[in-house]
Design a protein around this ligand. Structure first.
Ligand code: GLP
Length: 245
């Protein structure tokens, strides 16, 4: 794994955006795997800037998102589809029909998972997968578990994830308890992976990812078995590693 430690969140975002921009420049028809959460927001802002100021061209790009809540309509501001439109897709020249997010309203979520897995294969696989990380080491919505889930699947969110994500929901709005997520196997098939994290709340998860046992207790730890992973973290998220050195 290549690990880059930045001074702050802004620098983390700039470096990650540069890697994504380089990918799109070198392979204009890239399939980008994208992530939601607060961490990538600044990266998407930088990409929008690169589109507006440097004419970074997304016209041939396809995107597949990691996950989506079950039960939220695409127009619901808490849905990941809405998040992606709002933070990136509405502001660059990517054809919307080539932006894929699992359908959280499917009448048959299991079927939706199979279709999503197939779709990724039909697109030729993910060229570059962007990942955030949960405080408990989850990637996508692959929560700590007994074993690594291979393919796209329906998952029950842990109490800690529901609690962490409740900050995005308004009062009286319930955080969904289930989601559709790419599996660990799906993520590991990406040709390149870019993991980003900032802030002290991610310090333990980053330590476990880089130095803990490779175990489904910290799903991100499996990334150590991938051949092309870049981890970009700010100093706060790297704190536990620094303390051990
Ligand atoms: C969610 C998403 C993950 C994301 C994680 C961290 O649960 N499913 O893909 O990495 O939260 O979110 P944040 O970046 O807001 O800390």
């Amino acid at each position: 794994m290549k690990v880059i430690v930045t001074r702050n969140y802004e620098e983390m975002c700039q470096k990650a955006a540069r890697i994504i921009a380089a990918q799109v420049t070198l392979k204009p028809d890239s399939v980008l795997g994208l992530a939601t959460g607060s961490t990538p927001v600044g990266i998407y802002q930088d990409l929008v800037k690169k589109y507006q100021e440097d004419r970074l061209d997304f016209s041939e790009v396809c995107t597949v998102n990691l996950d989506e809540y079950i039960g939220l309509d695409r127009e619901n501001p808490q849905s990941y589809r809405y998040f992606m439109n709002h933070n990136l897709f509405d502001h660059v020249n990517i054809p919307k029909q080539y932006t894929y997010v699992p359908n959280g309203l499917s009448s048959d979520p299991e079927d939706e998972c199979e279709d999503y897995e197939l779709l990724i294969q039909q697109l030729g696989g993910v060229d570059l997968q962007l990942l955030g990380i949960g405080g408990n080491g989850h990637i996508g919505f692959n929560e700590p578990a007994e074993s690594f889930a291979e393919e796209t699947h329906v998952t029950n969110l842990t109490a800690s994830t529901i609690e962490a994500n409740s900050r995005f929901f308004g009062e009286g709005e319930e955080v969904p308890k289930q989601a559709i997520t790419m599996g660990i196997g799906t993520i590991m098939q990406a040709k390149k992976i870019l993991l980003v994290a900032n802030g002290e709340s991610k310090a333990q998860a980053i330590y476990d990812t880089l130095y803990g046992p490779v175990s489904p207790n910290c799903p991100a730890s499996i990334l150590r078995f991938h051949q092309d992973v870049t981890v970009i973290v700010d100093e706060a998220a790297f704190k536990k590693v620094t303390e051990q050195q």
